[in-house]
Design a protein around this ligand. Structure first.
Ligand code: HEC
Length: 95
């Protein structure tokens, strides 16, 4: 019962044009920046899908590539917080 109510509220909160690409990222500093900067070209699914492989340096490379190769308009001062968030929330465990 409680779950049904929560699900209904969730549906109401999602804009009408939203599709399955609207995934909920893990909580953490920088999450808002990632949501704002990484959804313009592809689904946020790419983040959890790649978390198996990437550590902090790996995420740094991905974000650099999104900017330099794909042309992502990410402000230079946002790159650090974005990479730190990705490594903390979706980084490959060290070792
Ligand atoms: C300007 C468009 C654009 C933006 C903005 C963008 N990406 Fe991408 N991204 C792409 C394209 C194009 C690909 C590769 C083609 C594909 O597979 O869809 C890609 C692929 C990826 C991949 C798959 C691995 C790889 O290296 O190809 C990951 C992970 C990824 N993006 C993460 C991110 C993250 C994190 C952000 C935000 C910091 C972001 N992207 C923002 C265009 C973008």
């Amino acid at each position: 019962m409680k779950n049904a109510v929560a699900a209904a509220l969730l549906l109401l909160a999602v804009p009408a044009h939203a599709d399955e690409s609207q995934i909920q990222l893990r909580e953490g500093p920088g999450r808002v920046l990632v949501q704002a900067n990484c959804i313009t070209c592809h689904s946020l699914d790419y983040i959890p899908m790649n978390s198996v492989f990437l550590d902090h340096a790996g995420w740094q490379k991905v974000v650099d590539k999104m900017i330099r190769v794909m042309g992502a308009p990410i402000r230079p001062e946002d790159v650090g917080p974005i990479v730190d968030y990705l490594a903390a929330a979706y980084g490959r465990p060290a070792g």
